[in-house]
Design a protein around this ligand. Structure first.
Ligand code: NAD
Ligand code: MN
Length: 486
């Protein structure tokens, strides 16, 4: 009898969705001001949706100037009454408590982050939420050691910080902003992005539970106009902004001539450089992680690739093979590599760049994976034979689109990598330590990774050169924007 063994060459994973049974979302969220949830003055709300299904998850307050005034007043009062009188070690205790509560509720936060923003649960669970807790733990430690951070100086807080954040790492950006501000003795008014407000509002509930004095942290929701009102408020001492270079410029103009301090963490167009002596499989894995991680919604995404000519064919073949295995789909499925694009608007932007790239003459390559019917999706995309003058090489796309170019010499790679208005991050892949050090020192970016990519740690400062921003967040450097030194 003939025995036939069938090999399925395109085997697939069975669905493995994370459960949502344990998630409690209210139908409607108010602003968090003075330790309580209060309705917006206008009585208006707007929807936040799940970009993977286009279904409404909840609605949140549409805040205007009246709400901003109320939040800033509450932050000022909390600063005067409680926070500026609180012993530094006590401030630290509150931050430790927040960090521990986040760890306890990590799964809930991870699921909500994926529901509201579209990122794969694998990332929100293993990257975003653990880093949120790590940032609170790290800055908790500094709260009573500021005199060691700034020896022989008298350190005092600024007062009230207004903080405005984007949608790509919603809770992580909130942690980057809130933790150092509180550690240094400031109170805050935070405005999350309009498409991803839910984890920040859940954080508000957690902060209530942590029994933080009322008004030390205030969270108000809304879009650009709400942010603008916060930037313009005369009683705010500092603005911390993360978002696009375009909005960063507007804010910088608004703040010119005022006494407000500011930090701006803006866009990027990072280059990864692969030398012929690199461990190529490892490099390909790093490139994939660098641009397809979080749908390319990463300010430091490795969106440009420079490959040394002698290995270009091999690298491109390996890249295409690896891309073909990436799963695009349900963010709550543990096997998903690439989740939903955050909004219809962002998907339109990405698609318009994919058209522009083709018109400019670069060669398009996209994988053949199936896409869900509803929701916002983009296949992992390569542009081969891109050139320096192409808009897809010069402009931030903020999606899973990688522009590939080749080079012959190290000098050429450095020159091309630096030929951008941005300077946030970069990556170098080589087996030779001396070469790595030489190249990394010549890349004009705030962060340069070597033989790895997209690695974050609360102890490491982060921030850009040129049009990628002003100031540093993270590490000891991240305390500086929140203190006066005498
Ligand atoms: P965005 O600039 O449109 O919005 C960011 C935030 O600013 C949102 O909360 C928005 O409501 C608010 N805002 C919009 N207009 C405003 C105004 N006039 N005044 C005050 N606030 C205003 O950016 P986005 O599309 O949400 O995020 C993507 C951008 O963020 C990308 O360019 C990315 O590179 C950048 N980003 C940078 C970093 C970094 O650390 N450098 C980190 C994450 C994202
Ligand atoms: Mn949403």
């Amino acid at each position: 009898m003939e025995r036939r063994i069938e090999f399925n060459t395109s085997w697939q994973y069975s669905p493995a969705p994370e459960s949502t049974d344990h998630i409690v979302l209210s139908k409607r969220y108010d602003n968090f001001i003075g330790g309580a949830f209060v309705p917006p003055a206008s009585g208006k709300y707007f929807d936040t949706i799940n970009p993977a299904t286009e279904e409404k998850l909840s609605e949140v307050a549409l805040s205007d100037e009246a709400d901003v005034n109320r939040a800033v007043e509450s932050a000022r009062e909390a600063f005067n009454r409680y926070w500026s009188k609180c012993l530094p070690a006590e401030r630290g205790k509150y931050l430790y408590r927040i960090a521990r509560l986040i760890q306890e509720r990590a799964r809930e936060f991870a699921v909500i982050e994926s529901l509201d923003g579209g990122k794969p649960i694998r990332e929100s669970r293993t990257v975003d939420i653990p880093l949120v807790a790590a940032h609170f733990f790290y800055y908790a430690g500094w709260a009573d050691k500021l005199e060691y951070a700034f020896p022989n100086r008298r350190v005092s807080p600024l007062g009230v910080a207004g903080q405005i954040i984007p949608w790509n790492f919603p809770l992580l950006m909130a942690a980057w902003k809130i933790a150092p501000a509180l550690a240094c003795g400031n109170t805050v008014v935070l405005k999350p992005a309009e498409t991803t407000p839910l984890t920040a509002l859940k954080l508000a509930e957690l902060i209530q539970e942590a029994d933080l004095p009322p008004g030390v942290v205030n969270i108000i929701t809304g879009a650009g106009e709400t942010g603008q009102a916060l930037v313009r408020h005369p009683d705010v001492d500092k603005i911390a902004f993360t978002g696009s270079t375009e909005v960063g410029r507007i804010i910088q103009k608004e703040l010119a001539g005022t006494n407000k301090k500011y930090t701006l963490e803006l866009g990027g167009k990072a280059a990864n450089i692969i030398f012929e002596d690199a461990a190529l499989d490892q490099a390909v894995e790093g490139i994939i992680n660098g641009i397809f991680f979080n749908q390319g919604h990463v300010c430091c995404a490795g969106s440009r690739l420079f490959v040394q000519e002698s290995v270009a064919d091999t690298v491109i073949r390996k890249l295409k093979d690896r891309m073909e295995s990436l799963i695009v789909g349900n963010p709550l499925d543990k096997n998903t590599d690439i989740g939903a694009i955050n909004s219809r608007q962002q998907l339109d932007t990405i698609n318009s760049y994919i058209e522009i790239g083709q018109k400019e003459g670069a060669e398009l390559y996209q994988t053949s994976c199936p896409l869900p019917e509803r929701g916002y999706w983009c296949r992992p995309t390569l542009f081969l034979n891109a050139s320096q003058s192409h808009r897809i090489v010069q402009e931030e796309i903020f999606g899973p689109v990688l522009a590939v170019q080749t080079f012959r010499t190290a000098e050429e790679a450095i020159e091309k990598a630096n030929n951008t208005p941005y300077g946030l991050s970069g990556g170098v892949w080589s087996d030779k330590g001396a070469k790595v050090f030489k190249i990394t020192s010549k890349i004009r970016s705030g962060v340069v990774w070597a033989n790895t990519y997209n690695k974050f740690d609360p102890t490491a400062p982060f921030g850009g050169y040129k049009e990628s921003g002003v100031g540093r967040e993270g590490g000891l450097h991240g305390l500086l924007p929140y203190v006066n030194l005498a």
